[in-house]
Ligand binder design. Structure first.
Ligand code: VGL
Ligand code: ZN
Length: 190
């Protein structure tokens, strides 16, 4: 696609750049660490930088020990829920916790949070979404962003997938495009 010029009404949204989703973590994305170089590089270009964090209670319904599909991860206040030391946090103006309700999956950063309101208050119109994981929280956040009236772009070099099944990433990318989300690389941002 053509280069995209970053405007003051744009926001970078970094989804769940947390230890548990990275090598050594309990729900590790194999190549997750590759996202940090492009993220740290583009962060200073944005007027608004927000991050989300998966922030679960131990009784969350989707944990394996409660009959769900996920190993225990991102327990609120645990080391695994901390941001990766590879992330430059100096430009982040707001951190949203999500997944705090034990009965909803909380994949979308808009689920159970006031993210839409926070963005509207700041006059934000377009979201450039990156982080972890492409096939869950990045996907659901970008699709829901459209529902809330934002233009949504996913920075594919700055996002990585869990890939429980080998095609999950490709399917997620197609799904996002089908919902009007634009896929692009950080190299196309100016
Ligand atoms: C996520 C699975 C479970 C994510 C969070 O951040 O994409 N995936 N919880
Ligand atoms: Zn989670």
């Amino acid at each position: 696609m053509a280069p995209v010029k970053i405007e003051p009404s744009d926001a970078l949204v970094i989804v769940d750049p947390q230890n548990d989703f990275l090598p050594g973590g309990s729900l590790a994305v194999a190549d997750g660490n590759r996202i940090f170089e492009p993220i740290n590089l583009v962060m200073p270009l944005f007027e608004h930088v927000l991050a989300t964090r998966d922030w679960h209670p131990e009784d969350h319904a989707y944990f394996e020990h409660n009959g769900g599909i996920w190993p225990l991860h991102c327990l609120a206040d645990s080391q695994g829920a901390e941001f990766s030391p590879l992330l430059d946090t100096t430009h982040i103006e707001l951190v949203m916790s999500k997944g705090t309700d034990p009965d909803t999956d909380g994949y979308s950063a808009f689920a159970g949070t006031d993210l839409a309101e926070q963005l509207h208050t700041r006059g934000v119109k377009r979201l450039f979404i990156c982080g972890l994981a492409t096939d869950y929280c990045v996907k659901m956040t970008s699709i829901e962003a459209k529902h809330y009236g934002f233009e949504a772009f996913v920075l594919t070099d700055a996002a990585a997938a869990v890939n429980l099944k080998p095609n999950d990433e490709a399917n997620a990318l197609a799904d996002m495009q089908g919902h009007g989300v634009t896929l692009m690389s950080t190299a196309e941002l100016h």
